[in-house]
Design a protein around this ligand. Structure first.
Ligand code: IVH
Length: 678
């Protein structure tokens, strides 16, 4: 750098540090204390400013910047790392007697020294170790085999409950250990989306957490909403850490770690048993999965005296909850057909009480599962609920099997339309190939097409679609755009009230508004197997126009980021089908978007987030949302501290108003909105 072009970067660096500190603080309040201190817009502005500065002065960008939370960097390979301190596992047991033995043995070995225990939850997730130096996260490694694990630092940085820089005081060099869990709500949402996209759902939150930490694209990991529960602190110099486990976790909390509050100091076996009993029931109310209770000697200087066995410490033990298991008669098997034609067998069970709920149904997965379990007609099945919410069939109660019963014969014909089922080479599921004549497939595709993340035609719920289908008005997605006012007024069925003038108008307006839905969502709405929201976006942005997409070969499709061979083939087949081409042609004539728009990056509403509610004079609800987006604003589904405005139409519910008022979110009318644009 020559003298003339040298810029004094000190003030810039200072601004960047201040920004990072402020954003860290806001994140902390949001994720640890459920508090929003600023509006979404202010938060985004701070983050954007920091991103801009980092782009302009990459040499000043900190690897611990809060901008890393959104991910973006790609994990090329997960480097293998040797743990500085081996990650031991715990002795575990399902028996209370063994917990009693552990307790009396510990007492005997400690020979009169006063001590206590801590009891805490055994989180059901993936164990990781986080190394901090001078208060900064330097490395995150999975447990692996206990000696060597995978470096997942980039992905760990996207988890909001993992602090990147510590607060207050901290040891200069230590390791924080804990479990990455997938909270049920986020897990369910992610899995439903996967199923809707024709992808294989994850078997349970633990597998999903593990899969997420190994995602190549850290931006995808950022979207998974994982949580880190800290449960252990260690360092090269134990003397620098508090001398109780409880004290260490308390300190960790002050440093900014998420330490669950469900931890208790217990003085004797009765208190330990009471803690176990409590959580054996209360666990079903937690927002994440646990599979037991961990009991540790609280006074850390006693750990050395108790020592280790071959692979686990003698100062701790895990009590594992027995998966609750019952046996109940299998009454019948239903075969459900999804929108892709995939058939899922479901056991209809004699209702039975299990882990806090009544179980009536459980999936039998596919034909192989039924065969492997050797399920016979009239069998009693064992149903289990482990750490998860969903009950599973785990076996046949052979003691209850009557002689001479026959194994279940899998359906050969579609239970809905009678077409012979197919089983594609290499796939476990059976499919009904009658795509255009099988009721649940037709209705399922229509439902997907109008759903919120697709064309977002809110007023076309499942009942309405069924009504229009039964009336012969809508048999495929293109028919929706041919609907005429006089055809739908007065339509009614046993399940739904007749459609009145006003609601017919609303429906037609919503259909009209859907013509502005961008190409990527139209592509998603088509319901092509394996093409989810993300895949559709990437394909739309890659090819930009439907014509380019129609002309693409399988190889060209497979070149799109995140599109594999299977998806590429499915897309190519879908577009090659003349029936689909005819539908596309009709959709095109109806005026749907088949060209990707260049993203609107600026506009008068840039940086503002709106929640829209009620009925408007000049716009339908969808049209006003589209208008906001066109002017650079953002739409949110619910009011939070980050909402800039609640745009209120007529007949807005009182809840929304109250919430906005309590959070100090300005409420504006349609007229205010129009003025704003001027
Ligand atoms: S303490 C040396 N505490 O359970 C003791 N472990 O085999 C270190 N786990 O893989 C572990 N919740 O990942 C501890 N509250 C908790 C835990 C916990 C879950 C996991 C841990 C380990 C396994 C024990």
């Amino acid at each position: 750098m020559d003298l003339f072009s040298a810029v004094d970067t000190a003030p810039i660096q200072q601004e960047m540090e201040q920004l990072a500190e402020r954003i860290d603080q806001l994140n902390y309040e949001y994720y640890m204390n459920d508090r929003s201190l600023v509006s979404d817009q202010e938060f985004d502005a701070l983050l954007r400013r920091l991103q801009d500065l980092e782009q302009q002065y990459p040499e000043l960008a900190s690897p611990l910047s809060p901008t890393k939370r959104v991910g973006g960097e790609v994990n090329k390979a997960f480097r293998q790392v040797t743990h500085r301190f081996p990650m031991l596992s715990l002795g575990n047991t399902y028996s209370i007697e063994e917990i009693e033995e552990f307790e009396s043995r510990t007492r005997r070995l400690l020979d009169g020294t006063p001590f206590s225990y801590t009891c805490e939850l055994k989180y059901d997730g993936v164990a990781i170790g986080l190394t901090y130096r001078h208060g900064r996260l330097v490395q995150a490694v999975t447990r692996g085999n206990g000696a060597v694990g995978d470096d997942i630092t980039l992905n760990a940085k996207t988890i909001p409950t993992i602090p990147l820089r510590l607060r207050g005081t901290f040891p200069d060099d230590f390791e924080a250990r804990g479990e990455v869990v997938y909270p049920f709500e986020a897990f369910d949402a992610m899995n439903s989306q996967r199923e809707a996209d024709g992808l294989e759902p994850f078997a349970n939150p633990r597998n999903a957490a593990s899969g997420s930490l190994k995602l190549q694209d850290s931006a995808e990991c950022a979207k998974r909403k994982l949580m880190f529960c800290m449960y252990f602190m260690m360092g090269p110099d134990e003397n620098l850490l508090p001398d109780t486990h409880f004290g260490r976790l308390e300190w960790a909390r002050q440093m900014g770690f998420k330490v669950q509050p469900y931890i208790q100091e217990c003085r004797d076996i009765n208190e330990i048993k009471a803690f176990i009993d409590h959580w054996d029931h209360a666990r079903w109310e937690l927002p994440f999965g646990i599979d037991g209770i961990v009991i540790k000697v609280n006074q850390t200087p006693l750990w050395d005296r108790l020592g280790l066995t071959a692979k686990s410490p003698r100062w701790a033990i895990a009590y594992k909850f027995k998966a609750e298991r019952v046996s109940t008669p299998l009454l019948s098997i239903s075969y459900q057909v999804g929108r892709t034609g995939k058939v899922t067998p479901v056991a209809n069970l004699q209702p039975v009480w299990l882990g806090g709920t009544t179980v009536r149904r459980a999936t039998l997965v596919n034909a192989d599962f039924i065969q492997k379990m050797d399920i016979h007609i009239g069998d009693h099945l064992f149903i289990e609920k482990g750490g998860e919410i969903i009950p599973k069939v785990v076996g046949v109660d052979l003691d209850q099997r009557l002689p001479g019963t026959m194994p279940v014969a899998y359906v050969q014909f579609c239970p809905e339309c009678g077409t012979p089922l197919l089983r594609v080479e290499g796939e476990a599921a059976h499919y009904c190939p009658n795509t255009d004549g099988c009721h649940p497939q037709i209705i399922g595709r229509l439902e997907h097409f109008v759903s919120r993340k697709a064309m977002d035609i809110e007023s076309l719920g499942p009942e309405r679609l069924e009504l229009l289908y039964q009336a012969g008005l809508v048999r495929n997605i293109a028919d929706i755009y041919d609907l005429q006012r006089e055809q739908i007024i007065g339509l009614a069925s046993d399940q739904s009230a007749s459609i009145q003038d006003k609601s017919a108008d609303n429906l037609l307006a919503a259909i009209e508004a859907s013509k502005q839905v961008p190409f990527e969502r139209v592509l998603f709405a088509l319901g092509i197997r394996y093409v989810g929201e993300v895949g559709a976006r990437k394909i739309a942005r890659h090819f930009r126009t439907i014509d380019a997409l129609l002309a693409a070969s399988v190889d060209e499709l497979a070149q799109v980021e995140d599109v594999g061979d299977v998806t590429a083939r499915a897309v190519s087949q879908w577009f090659a089908d003349p029936a689909h081409q005819a539908i596309l042609q009709r959709l095109r004539l109806a005026g749907l978007q088949f060209t990707a728009q260049v993203a609107e990056t600026s506009g008068p509403l840039q940086g503002y987030t709106f929640v829209v509610s009620g009925v408007f004079e000049h716009f339908s609800r969808d049209a006003i949302k589209a208008d906001i987006e066109q002017h650079g604003g953002r739409i949110a589904g619910s009011i939070s501290g980050k909402t800039s405005f609640l745009l209120a139409g007529e007949k807005m519910g009182p809840e929304k108003r109250r919430k906005a008022e309590s959070l100090g979110v300005p409420i504006i009318s349609e007229t205010d909105y129009l003025k704003m644009l001027q």
